[in-house]
Ligand binder design. Structure first.
Ligand SMILES: [Zn+2]
Length: 252
């Protein structure tokens, strides 16, 4: 597995929100760099951003240069992770701002560009994939990803929900067991479902189990082609342990 990361993501000045918290990226990366090789992304060029967003929206974001630069780099990170995965190397893109609440014309919830959707749309544009499966394990629904991919019938999006961690893992396991052939699996990897974060549900070993379930499913349906992109996760004290646990399961 490879980790897609750039220390430029550590600059918190691009947005005064929870995703932009000081020290958040350092926390997320704290367990990863000593285990997996890190690769730095390039910012996504305009023509790739236009695959998922309207020109008018891009102009609006561009008016805020620090945010535009950071969000383009985050999208570039997701796109690089998608390319690595397609080439047979699983990847985790540790990026911000997150993307799953970013639609064609707008964004909310600390998001700017629809990172996961863009990564998949680039692979489709290059005719590398026809089908894709997205599993969003953030505590919140990935409404943006759903909207951006709405006109792609062979892109399936799954947002698991359940009352308890035990049920959550069962819902995921059941859905993944039903999964038919696809070309790639993408994960919107949010960690705010953690028991001390806003979702108040999952524990650290649950993230490892989720990673392992998704990894196993990818080996069964798409020759192991899988990548994950950081979404939410705001309980900084344990964010590193949770990201590491997920990646250990995902990389198996
Ligand atoms: Zn969230």
């Amino acid at each position: 597995m490879k980790v897609v990361y750039d220390t430029r993501f550590e600059d918190p000045t691009y947005a005064p929100d929870n995703a932009g918290l000081v020290g958040r990226m350092e926390a997320a990366m704290s367990g990863l760099a000593s285990v997996w090789e890190t690769i730095a992304p390039s910012p996504a060029p305009l023509e790739q951003l236009l695959l998922g967003h309207d020109e008018a929206y891009l102009q609006t974001v561009r008016a805020d240069q620090p945010r535009f630069a950071m969000a383009s780099l985050a999208a570039g990170g997701a796109i690089l992770a998608g390319r690595l995965a397609h080439g047979g190397e699983p990847a985790f893109a540790c990026v911000r701002p997150p993307g799953h609440h970013a639609s064609r014309l707008s964004a909310w919830g600390h998001c700017t560009f629809s990172n996961v959707a863009l990564a998949l749309l680039v692979l489709r544009e290059e005719r590398r994939i026809e089908r894709a499966f997205v599993i969003d394990i953030d505590a919140h629904t990935g409404d943006g990803t759903r909207e951006v991919l709405a006109h792609w019938p062979q892109a399936e999006i799954f947002n698991p929900f359940a009352a308890t961690s035990w049920e959550y893992l069962e819902v995921v396991e059941t859905r993944l067991a039903e999964l038919g052939p696809t070309d790639i699996i993408a994960v919107s990897a949010g960690f705010d479902g953690y028991r001390h974060d806003v979702g108040h549900k999952l524990d650290t070993p649950d993230f490892q189990r989720l990673g392992a379930l998704i990894g196993a499913a990818s080996r069964r349906v798409c020759r192991g082609r899988r990548f994950a992109v950081l979404e939410g996760g705001y309980y900084l004290k344990d964010l590193g342990a949770n990201v590491l646990a997920f990646c250990q399961g995902f990389a198996q």
